[in-house]
Write a protein that binds this ligand. Structure first.
Ligand SMILES: *Cc1c(COP(=O)(O)O)cnc(C)c1O
Length: 374
């Protein structure tokens, strides 16, 4: 075998991004510190408006994480014990945890194998008299097929709460993820397309009352000091994170375009190999939070990539209905065959805006070597 130069390619490199905007970020952070207001100040208020406008929605409520955005959305909609909420088992666990923490029962619907998103064809069968809401997850940065989901929701009187935690700026027929349901939930976890320097999240909505109820939930139920209207939490986006996110929001479209360019390069270089590549439906603008391929010898491939310096990850190896924490739901394997099969085959390759073409080429050369010689 030919000897190849050994390189290290991280899954994501947040330092490269910081270096490209260091001055803007440093001055944004300093100005918060110099003003001395750290919770619910001007930056949070402005960022809520700016991010809501970016999504094409009226209101934004900054919270402590994407998980809390989902939990507060469900609680503010009145979802409680005895209710059922539909989502897919092929997601980050926070989607499902939010349902359980709100007191409701998660009901799963399998995914579409092309987009990895909730399959609208299978939705109706999961609806019962207790169903209150649907949480479609725009997984990996590709939007769900919202039209049929919204039609079913309308027909049965269900809320649609979008999990847009991986889809900042993704579009469905030209409108942004997060703008279709009663509300959209976002995470600003550092590795997301729009990431803070710590945890953060937001709910965006056109519903003023809903936004107000979430404002109560994030701050111990207080509208003004010492008026305790509901039982709430301490989970706010803080001023330093909001100041950082305001700077980064100005770069988001450009960064998403760069992700799309890397994805195009990957897809071109990998097109002849025996792999399933990501697709972008005609209705979609994919923002490639993750570039996920499928390979029948997935575990060997991940080991091979890692041994050769390329950090490849798996999103997600365990569908939630088979997770040990969800054993109480008594699902057996083969309950959601598409999710289970994808969980065995998916591999996420490094992708971030600052990844170089040479790095993409190197990753692809390793994939080619693996598929041709093992
Ligand atoms: C990241 C993520 C969340 C949770 O966000 P946190 O900010 O980490 O709480 C929820 N759902 C999906 C699909 C995610 O990717």
């Amino acid at each position: 075998m030919q000897r190849r130069e050994f390189r290290k390619i991280p899954f994501i490199d947040l330092v490269r991004q910081y270096e490209s905007i260091r001055n803007e970020i440093d001055s944004a952070i300093s100005s918060v510190i110099e003003r001395g207001k750290f919770i619910l100040g001007e930056n949070v208020e402005q960022f809520e408006k700016e991010f809501a406008r970016f999504c094409g929605v009226k209101y934004g409520v900054g919270v402590g994480s994407g998980a809390d955005a989902l939990l507060f959305a469900l609680k503010a909609l009145g979802i409680e014990a005895g209710d059922e909420v539909i989502t897919t088992p092929f997601t980050f666990v926070a989607t499902v945890n939010a349902i359980v923490l709100a007191g409701a029962k998660p009901v799963f619907v399998d995914i579409d194998p092309d987009t990895y998103c909730l399959s609208p064809d299978k939705l109706k069968k999961a609806i019962t008299s207790r169903t209150k809401a649907i949480i479609p997850v725009h997984l990996y940065g590709h939007p769900c097929d919202m039209k049929p989901i919204l039609e079913v929701a309308e027909e049965y009187g269900l809320y649609v709460v979008e999990d847009a935690c991986q889809a900042h700026g993704a579009q469905y027929y030209g409108a942004k993820a997060g703008s279709f349901g009663i509300c959209g939930c976002f995470s600003f976890y550092p590795t997301k397309n729009l990431g803070a320097f710590g945890d953060g999240g937001m709910v965006v909505t056109n519903d003023y009352e809903l936004a107000e109820r979430i404002r109560l939930l994030r701050a111990q139920g207080q509208r003004s000091r010492y008026s305790y209207e509901v039982i709430g939490y301490t989970s706010r986006l803080d001023e330093i994170q909001a100041a950082i996110l305001r700077v980064k929001l100005r770069h988001l479209e450009e960064w998403n375009e760069k992700r799309r360019e890397k994805a195009r390069t990957y897809s071109k270089l990998l097109s002849e190999l025996d792999l399933v590549l990501p697709i972008e439906k005609n209705y979609a603008k994919h923002v490639y939070h993750l570039y996920v391929i499928r390979c029948s010898r997935r575990d060997e491939l991940v080991t091979f990539l890692n041994q050769n310096g390329v950090e490849a990850l798996i999103h997600y190896p365990t569908p939630i209905h088979l997770a040990s924490g969800y054993r109480f739901m008594r699902y057996s394997s083969n309950s959601f065959p598409v999710s289970e099969r994808c969980a065995k085959e998916v591999v996420s390759l490094p992708i971030f805006p600052e990844l170089s073409v040479e790095e993409v080429e190197y990753v692809c050369s390793l994939l080619e070597e693996f598929l041709n010689s093992y």
